[in-house]
Design a binder for this molecule. Structure first.
Ligand code: MF3
Ligand code: CO
Ligand code: CO
Length: 248
């Protein structure tokens, strides 16, 4: 179901999203080589709880942690555990927080220490894909204009655009309709409405766009060729004359 939020609901979305943003800033200030991904998850859990919110990935369809911590070849849904983060890694941290019944959702890919130019550029272009996607986006825009913009920018650099996972609507549920693919044809798909809140989340790879879906634990998504992937996500509100990024 696609939902259009009332002004009161948008205020709740703003608060949940602000907590997500602050948590990611906090993680970014602490994450370093030598930490395990579980230690990153502990930071996320404690910070979100201290804000009076709930880390709503925890228990979502049985997911066992408060964050997805995805290192290098892990695209998304890396389960925090004893993997040690190393100098030169790129680590995506994807979190959600629920407060007053509404969810916020965002992800950043952090550079750990001395990262190669090739990986740095991947992370930069992945962020740029998000900003290209929101350029000119507003009520009345077509849904697949988003994917068109992401795909055009990523492929112009020779990168892969993951197809198997998409962005999504968000609100009282973490995942609402519509799905928001990172590929597509300009001028197609439904028209967006003011008051819709959606997550735009490019997942971009150095090599193939093909991924392996569950890697024995039911969650971890990796690139099929083992090359690095980056992920960047924000929750955005569609307005009459543009978008408001709620997690920035
Ligand atoms: N935050 C993820 C997204 O962007 C969802 C993760 S679900 C989990 O949609 F269960 F893996 F945490
Ligand atoms: Co997310
Ligand atoms: Co999301």
């Amino acid at each position: 179901m696609i939902t259009v939020k009332t002004p009161k609901e948008i205020e709740f979305m703003r608060e949940s999203c602000r907590i997500v943003k602050e948590t990611l800033d906090f993680v970014g200030s602490r994450i370093h080589a030598g930490m395990t991904t579980k230690e990153v998850d502990d930071l996320v859990y404690k910070y979100i709880i201290s804000c009076g919110a709930y880390p709503s990935e925890l228990g979502f369809e049985g997911y066992p942690a408060s964050s997805c911590v995805s290192v290098n070849e892990v695209v998304v849904h890396g389960i925090p555990g004893d993997r040690v983060i190393l100098d030169g890694d790129i680590v995506s941290v994807d979190i959600t927080a629920e407060k007053n019944g509404f969810h916020g959702d965002a992800a950043r890919t952090f550079l750990i220490g001395n990262v190669s130019e090739e990986r740095k550029k991947l992370v930069k272009v992945t962020e740029e894909c998000f900003f290209k996607a929101i350029e000119g986006l507003r009520a009345g825009s077509h849904l697949y204009d988003i994917g068109y913009a992401v795909q055009t920018h990523a492929e112009s650099h020779g990168y892969g655009v993951v197809r198997a996972l998409t962005g999504h609507g968000i609100g009282r549920s973490m995942h609402e309709d519509p799905g928001v693919p990172n590929y597509g044809k300009r001028g197609t798909g439904m028209r967006l409405k003011a008051g819709m809140t959606i997550c735009i989340e490019p997942m971009i790879t150095l090599g193939t766009y093909r991924v392996l879906m569950d890697n024995n634990d039911g969650w971890t998504v990796t690139t099929a060729d083992g090359k690095c992937a980056a992920h960047y996500e924000n929750t955005v509100l569609i307005t009459e004359d543009g978008v408001e990024i709620l997690t920035l």
